[in-house]
Design a binder for this molecule. Structure first.
Ligand SMILES: *Cc1c(COP(=O)(O)O)cnc(C)c1O
Length: 365
């Protein structure tokens, strides 16, 4: 007779339907803080214009809510394709680009490598760890530029998976030289990597890497409605890719994932891109105004930024964070990240918020 192991009791083997990789990840550590000036999530400081909200609401009211939306968001993919002057078959849209990052890890990362810089956008590493991909990080150069040689070495040394190039970079706000981006993207593509150029903040930088997407085989650009467009609450992100790659990715997107509410708002926004451009222009001007106002600070330094946020280096991050809170401002601490000792990440707000921010920074010792 064979011995059956006990299914319960102290000698039973520990079993769980929840994978170890998932249990190892701490719950997402974000606690909203209720203060007047919310500069901690890189959001656009302005709500969607009221007249456009009205238009979107009319669309919603005219549409039957008992019917399923498009299976693969075809109406919205066409609208984005027209806006971007791109083939609709090369557009994939999900509720926020964070969902695309999960899908990209499923596409090329599980059991393979996810390569990015250190520091980087936390969602890339989180999804890689959760889905059991091998994570390879190349340290950013001290001036926050892309470590080109180390990246080329890492691309060659590992089985191809997913490679993230964030342009402009988060959380540093730095934009790399186009020739450096081109070099790593071309090599990665030749070696078979799926190369993701995350352009969440490209409107603020005035950059656009679509030429590398067009020239490559497995290169794509990740874009979002959460930042320049100011629609973080609606949840919509998309990618531009070759139709062949987009087709593979689309298989991983659940059916009916874009609901009609999201579709109605984004269609309305795309009909009025001028509101977005005006806000981006104001954000850039306000960023310059803040930099100008604090540039002679005796103990704090701002790092150049090409986005709607920036890093402020302070002598004591904990004290400075609490000082800003006392002035009604919440920002994000980044001082535990590699190479970002003493750094706080602060979003550019509306002018009155930036006035408060400038006063608070100038009062900081
Ligand atoms: C904000 C941000 C995104 C966008 O995320 P959504 O899920 O679309 O809101 C993507 N990448 C980076 C680097 C970001 O900072």
């Amino acid at each position: 007779m064979t011995q059956t192991p006990p299914v319960s009791g102290p000698d039973a083997p520990v079993r769980s339907g929840v994978r170890q990789a998932v249990r190892d990840i701490p719950a997402y550590p974000f606690t909203p803080i209720d203060v007047p000036y919310k500069l901690d999530q890189n959001e656009n400081p302005y709500d969607f214009p009221p007249e456009l909200k009205q238009k979107a609401a009319e669309r919603l009211l005219a549409h039957p809510w008992n019917r399923y939306p498009d299976l693969h968001a075809d109406t919205l993919r066409s609208a984005i394709a027209r806006h971007e002057d791109w083939d609709a078959a090369g557009v994939v849209i999900t509720p926020g680009s964070n969902v695309l990052i999960k899908i990209l890890t499923e596409l090329g990362g599980i059991g393979q490598t996810v390569l990015t810089t250190d520091p980087t956008f936390s969602v890339y590493t989180l999804e890689a760890q959760m889905l059991g991909a091998e994570l390879v990080l190349t340290p950013l150069n001290p001036d926050f530029s892309l470590p080109v040689e180390a990246t080329l070495q890492a691309l060659a040394a590992h089985a191809p998976g997913v490679f993230y190039v964030t342009q402009p970079h988060a959380p540093t706000g730095h934009s790399d030289r186009p020739e450096d981006v081109r070099r790593v993207v071309e090599v990665a593509d030749r070696l078979g990597w799926v190369t993701v150029i995350d352009e969440a903040y490209y409107q603020y930088a005035g950059t656009d890497h679509r030429d590398l997407v067009r020239a490559g085989k497995n290169v794509l650009s990740l874009r979002t409605f959460s930042k320049g467009w100011g629609l973080a609450g609606v949840r919509a992100g998309y990618l531009l890719a070759h139709p062949e790659l987009a087709g593979q990715l689309q298989k991983l997107v659940s059916a009916f994932t874009i609901n009609f509410l999201t579709q109605a708002v984004i269609e309305t926004a795309l009909e009025h891109p001028e509101y977005m451009r005006e806000r981006v222009a104001e954000g850039i001007a306000e960023r310059q105004r803040i930099f100008e106002a604090v540039k002679d600070h005796p103990t704090c330094t701002v790092f150049p930024s090409t986005t709607n946020f920036f890093l402020l280096k302070v002598p004591d991050a904990d004290a400075a964070y609490r000082h800003l809170l006392d002035h009604g401002i919440v920002c994000r601490r980044q001082d535990k990240l590699r190479g970002l000792e003493g750094c706080l990440r602060i979003a550019v707000g509306a002018p009155h918020e930036n006035d408060a921010l400038i006063a608070a920074i100038l009062a900081l010792r």
